[in-house]
Design a protein around this ligand. Structure first.
Ligand code: URA
Length: 209
């Protein structure tokens, strides 16, 4: 997989435009995020290994493809990651789930870990880390680092929006982890927000501020 993939599908770009609009309601934002996450999940799982299984249709026996290997893991960076997670689980209901609680210290912009729970056998599974905004990349880098320390070796990172600075920092820290995003915006502002962006994804998703 390419180190950075921008999903330029018309449906993704159309839905993203409505998510960016400041007047989009909380319910609308959440629904759009769930819908886009299905399309991002489709993209990030495009190259999953397959194997053939012998099955019987009502008419004949045949060799038919199924996913190979252990169930994959979605790792949600709390809390905004959960918005992407839900749609992904609609598409891959048997996936395992990891939760990583990181909040951004508003002064240093550095991530602080407060929660980590993941399946034991990460080394045998594809781990797809989800967090809508790749801004400074500090949280994403820390989340992937933690998963690697727990054995993960095959990872992908999925976000909705990325800043060029975040992409650069993340791919330098974890060159082995491909990134899938719906768009790469212009820049970060001095508060670490993506511009033009969509604001605070967690606040918009949950109606907090
Ligand atoms: N997190 C967000 O929710 N929005 C940004 O623009 C940057 C980080």
């Amino acid at each position: 997989m390419k180190s950075v993939t921008v999903v330029n599908h018309p449906l993704v770009q159309h839905k993203l435009t409505f998510m960016r609009k400041k007047d989009t309601s909380t319910a609308g934002f959440r629904r759009l995020l769930r819908e886009i996450s299905l399309l991002l999940c489709y993209e990030v799982t495009r190259e999953l290994p397959m194997t053939n299984e012998t099955i019987e249709t009502p008419l004949a026996e045949m060799q038919s493809p199924v996913l190979e290997g252990k169930k994959l893991v979605f790792a949600s960076v709390l809390r905004a990651g959960n918005g992407l997670l839900e749609g992904m689980l609609d598409l891959v209901p048997s996936a395992r789930v990891a939760h990583i609680g990181l909040y951004r210290d508003h002064e240093t912009l550095e991530p602080v870990e407060y929660y980590f729970k993941a399946p034991e056998d990460l080394s045998d599974r594809l781990v797809i880390v989800v967090d809508p905004m790749l801004a400074t990349a500090n949280s994403a880098i820390a989340a992937v680092q933690k998963l690697k320390e727990r054995g993960a070796r095959n990872l992908r990172f999925v976000c909705l929006l990325a800043a060029p600075e975040g992409i650069e920092k993340f791919t330098t820290a974890h060159p082995d982890v491909p990134v899938v995003t719906a768009a790469i915006d212009e820049r970060l502002n001095d508060k670490g927000y993506i511009v033009p962006g969509l604001g605070d994804a967690g606040d918009r998703m949950y109606g907090t501020k």
